[in-house]
Write a new protein. Sequence first.
Length: 151
Amino acid sequence: MHDPQPSLQQILRCCSICTVRKDVSEEALRQQDSEHTMQLVLTGSHNDCLRMLRSGSVAYMAGSPYRIQATLQQSSLPASFLHKTTAIAPVRTLFLAASHGTPSVTVNKLRHAMQQLQQSGEHERLLQQALSRPLPGPGDNAAANPLPSKP
């Protein structure tokens, strides 16, 4: 008989958790930490979190399953290397926003297209594809890194 998985609240009270700065997992963890006792370690990449997890510097790594899977693949590690323990947030809803000036006919067409994507499962495939791509590095010309403002 093995021990039951710890709850998120138990993990928040006892253990260090690594996640990427400004990732949705950081927001989700902070929302769950009502006692403000969480030991959150913020890094610049999931690869940094994985290195810290492997070295024992942190006990847990938080992030999207797709992003974590992509990080494991980039590190040539099998998915079985990590154990999924507990969800930190409910599944997010996919939104498509239109400006107030968008004609209602167009908005209705967009809503219908989104419903078709969700019903066919295509939205899940697109979401997985987008979240599994590595984030651009600081020197990547395709990265949307604004220049620092001048004082």
